[in-house]
Ligand binder design. Structure first.
Ligand code: CUA
Length: 466
């Protein structure tokens, strides 16, 4: 079967005469209307390319005298539609066509006979067409990003937001969710859109695709945009980290001691220990973490922040948390620390200030049954002892030593017996019976700060100071 196309001009460039002759023979078996021209040097090939204007050029890939790159650069600058093949005849006799394809001899044969039937490529993409594709794909990316982002937020990965620090962290977390949604959409939408929009249409299955080599603008963009994104995120990350560490001078200190496999919480200002971490709401707590054995890690998911507890006296680690939501949470250990690591859970209870104070006094009451001992602690905690001495020396206020049971002279000159009723009145309403020679400088709010029981304890303590 012979093909009956119009005359085609085929230029064969090879220093090896057998290469050209062999190809001519293959062609003649198939096509009648083919004219051949054989060239054997680079110069000759380029001259004939200009003069003769062939439809197809076949270059001997194995021939070093025909400089392929130089040849191709001339070839691709020409205006005329033309095809070129780089053909190599391997020792095995197989024909290898360097068209970014390695073909079996049978395929090469088929391919050779096909060359005349290619219509001019319809796959030239105009700028207008590109802009349209970009516009559609860009719109789809925006829609997909919004949907994926909403879906991610809907999963509710994050537990309740129970601390000030959690707010800062969640802001960044959500920004990451957004970036994840955007990147995911960018990749999947472009792949999906390309699969659909640039699929081969019927009748063009054999057409070669556009040969795209390098795109500096694109490479610069896809280097700079991710670089800028990472830098911006690290900036916000550093700022957020600083925000979670903001120190409040009024913070309550709690010592956290971790060991295999439990937590102990010590409140140095109240002299109590607990296996539950009680915290008053809306007040920063400064946790000072240590470990008695191996590395543990203090983590309450609702507070978000996390800190390792390290063994060693000089390795006290600090963590600041400002609970903003009353409730019961759980502290867990976030560092594999041995067999019962998974059981290293303890309750964390965030309560109102009143409930916290009640809890503290119940713990103190449980710790000591002696009202004098308790009263001493309340006096220390409430700041009484910065104005009242217990050894007889004169400070801002009268000394407590020997105060009970004696007569005191008041500012108005009258005298009263300092009994329990007098001491009680002086604590809750200090201005009512001012002792002569002392300023009226005692805060009048001790009735709010101290419970009745605590005031009774303090009176017992004063009574003990004979
Ligand atoms: Cu302690 Cu894990």
């Amino acid at each position: 079967m012979r093909n009956t196309h119009p005359v085609r001009k085929v230029l064969i460039a090879s220093a090896n005469p057998l290469f050209g002759k062999g190809l001519q023979q293959i062609y003649r078996q198939r096509f009648e209307a083919v004219e051949f021209l054989l060239t054997s040097s680079m110069e000759e090939t380029l001259t004939e390319l200009e003069r003769w204007q062939p439809d197809l050029v076949i270059v001997d890939y194995d021939d070093k005298t025909i400089h392929r790159e130089e040849f191709l650069s001339h070839f691709i600058t020409g205006q005329r539609p033309m095809q070129v093949m780089l053909v190599s005849l391997r020792e095995s006799g197989a024909v290898v066509v360097y068209d970014r394809k390695t073909l079996t001899p049978a395929q090469a044969d088929e391919w050779l006979s096909d060359f005349q039937t290619y219509p001019p490529s319809k796959r030239s993409h105009t700028m207008k067409g590109n802009a349209r594709h970009l516009f559609i794909a860009g719109g789809l990316v925006i829609v997909a990003t919004a949907l994926v982002y909403l879906a991610l937020l809907g999963v509710n990965l994050l537990p309740a937001q129970a601390s000030t620090q959690a707010q800062a962290i969640d802001r960044l977390f959500n920004a990451h969710f957004f970036m994840i949604a955007l990147l995911f959409s960018l990749i999947t939408v472009f792949i999906g859109y390309s699969l659909f929009a640039f699929r081969s249409k019927p009748g063009t299955e054999d057409q070669p695709g556009a040969n795209i080599k390098g795109n500096n603008t694109l490479e610069i963009l896809w280097t700079l945009i991710p670089l800028a994104t990472v830098l911006v995120f690290s900036f916000f990350g550093a700022r957020n980290l600083a925000e979670t560490r903001l120190a409040d001078p009024q913070a309550m200190e709690v010592k956290v001691v971790a060991r295999q496999w439990d937590w102990v919480f010590e409140y140095p200002s109240y002299g109590i220990k607990s296996n539950e971490l009680y915290l008053p709401v809306n007040r920063q707590v400064l946790l000072k973490l240590t470990s008695l054995d191996v590395i543990h890690s203090f983590w309450v998911p609702e507070f978000r922040v996390k800190q390792d507890a390290l063994p060693g006296e000089n390795l006290v680690k600090e963590l600041r948390i400002t609970p903003i939501k009353e409730g019961r949470y759980t502290v867990m250990c976030a560092e594999l620390c041995g067999g019962a690591h998974a059981n290293m859970n303890r309750p964390v209870v965030v309560v109102s200030k009143q409930e916290f104070d009640a809890w503290v006094s119940s713990k103190v009451n449980a710790a000591t049954a002696d009202p004098v001992e308790r009263g001493k602690r309340w006096a220390e905690l409430s700041g009484c002892l910065s104005c009242h001495s217990v050894d007889g020396s004169k400070l801002v206020g009268p000394t407590w030593k020997g105060a009970y049971g004696h007569e005191v002279e008041l500012a108005d000159g009258s005298k009263v017996l300092a009994d329990e009723a007098y001491l009680y009145a002086s604590i809750v309403d200090p201005a009512s019976q001012m002792v002569k020679g002392y300023p009226n400088s005692m805060p009048a709010n001790y009735a709010d700060q101290l419970s009745d029981e605590q005031i009774r304890d303090i009176i017992e303590y004063i009574k003990s100071l004979k």
